[in-house]
Design a protein around this ligand. Structure first.
Ligand SMILES: Cc1cc2nc3c(=O)[nH]c(=O)nc-3n(C[C@H](O)[C@H](O)[C@H](O)COP(=O)(O)OP(=O)(O)OC[C@H]3O[C@@H](n4cnc5c(N)ncnc54)[C@H](O)[C@@H]3O)c2cc1C
Length: 384
């Protein structure tokens, strides 16, 4: 399975999968089958906004009735919800990074832990399904959603490894590695997100949804919630900075690789690109992810013309100093936002500005707002 790193490839995948976004998706999406034809595999493109949620939702609702499309639409909004939830509570990302630093220190000083962690990442634990998924992740940069849930559960409750090391393993290799969906997905499995509610990987469930490819033995039979930080109180959401007037230098990052919506509103003097993927983890990112992001950069440059490529966060700071006004698409909570200099006008996409205020509590509360969010499509030509 390969992911071609271009917007054209993303649009082609969208076209190919749109007929399957209705009842087919709802009934088949939980099966982890070789090739993963029952799910869209759009996430590496959505993650970097090589295509937007708006484009995907429009394609879906243009082909399927609202009731047939319901499940797929909800899944697309899970990404939106997780991002909005983390924007309300950015300290959860900071705490994850602190926990990861501690766990990586422990790996240096505890040889037993180090050996177990290395075996888990290498797919060398003796648990055949887990080993298969570890290798699939490294080889392809993708895992099915159900496999991510089983893998995280086995990592935490059977292998009893620190969850931050597992979340980091995902972020180093997933082509769609995302601070919000990944951190909160791991916290959800471990019972820290929905407090007290964990996800246990059951052999019967794995056998059913892999159609008998795997029948693991010896998995943990219980999943007691992990200790973790309680969910912090909400802080105010970021607001969009005003659009700068006059000539503006625009910074594009890997968080939003279809920047036309912003460029169209500004008097653009120069464009620069900074890929912050290396800041997803303190360790090196995997070869598949690096190759995907290199290709995505070339595709961006081919689409938007002359761009100054900035290699490091210091380069960004120095470049920004040379311009009176700098603007960018708002960088969501994560490694890239962490290293950007102050003084850049951060402009929220209207899609995020509409949805994030509703991501205050659990997904079920957010889900009730989806019809209202979709209703905006009736009177707006584009939600960007
Ligand atoms: C432990 C764990 C870690 C995860 N880490 C990431 C991550 O780093 N990056 C990431 O993008 N997703 C992550 N997910 C969510 C989910 O597994 C992927 O988004 C999904 O598998 C992507 O495949 P797809 O595009 O074929 O999905 P489809 O089933 O075709 O869904 C369509 C789109 O809906 C969104 N979506 C679907 N399910 C979810 C979900 N559970 N949460 C958020 N958005 C969803 C994605 O944008 C996806 O492209 C994680 C889930 C778990 C349980």
């Amino acid at each position: 399975m390969t992911f071609i790193p271009s917007r054209q490839a993303a649009l082609a995948r969208l076209t190919a999968f749109t007929p399957r976004m209705g009842r087919d998706y709802a009934s088949q999406r939980n099966y982890d089958r070789p090739g993963h034809d029952d799910v869209s595999r759009l996430s590496p493109y959505l993650r970097h906004r090589m295509i937007t949620e708006d484009e995907v939702l429009r394609a879906c609702l243009g082909t399927h009735s609202p009731s047939a499309a319901q499940k797929f639409v909800q899944e697309v909004y899970w990404r939106t919800y997780w991002k909005g939830w983390l924007e309300h509570r950015p300290s959860v990302w900071t705490q994850y990074r602190a926990g990861l630093t501690q766990a990586l220190n422990d790996v240096q000083t505890q040889s037993g832990l180090r050996a177990e962690w290395e075996a888990a990442c290498a797919g060398d634990t003796g648990i055949d399904c887990f080993d298969h998924w570890a290798r699939e992740l490294v080889d392809t940069g993708y895992l099915h959603n159900h496999a991510r849930m089983w893998f995280a559960s086995i990592w935490m409750f059977t292998l009893r490894l620190p969850w931050e090391l597992g979340a980091d393993f995902f972020l180093r290799h997933l082509l769609d590695g995302d601070p919000a969906s990944n951190t909160l997905g791991w916290r959800w499995v471990g019972g820290m997100q929905t407090v007290g509610k964990t996800y246990l990987a059951r052999p019967s469930n794995i056998s059913r949804y892999t159609e008998g490819r795997f029948k693991p033995e010896g998995l943990a039979a219980f999943a007691p919630p992990l200790d973790g930080y309680p969910n912090p109180d909400r802080s105010p959401l970021p607001t969009s900075d005003p659009l700068p007037k006059g000539p503006v230098a625009v910074l594009v990052t890997e968080d939003d690789m279809t920047p036309d919506w912003l460029l169209d509103q500004l008097d653009v003097s120069q464009i620069a690109y900074f890929d912050g993927t290396a800041h997803r983890s303190p360790l090196h990112t995997g070869a598949k992810l690096s190759a995907f992001m290199a290709g995505a950069k070339d595709d961006l440059l081919a689409r938007i013309g002359t761009v100054t490529v900035l290699d490091t966060a210091d380069d960004v700071a120095n470049w920004a100093k040379d311009h009176d006004a700098v603007a960018m698409s708002y960088p969501p909570v994560g490694g890239t936002a962490d290293v950007l200099p102050d003084g850049i006008a951060k402009i929220l996409r209207p899609y995020d500005a509409r949805a994030w205020p509703h991501a205050t509590a659990g997904f079920f509360k957010f889900k009730d707002k989806i019809p209202k969010l979709l209703g905006a499509y009736d009177d707006q030509p584009e939600m960007l």
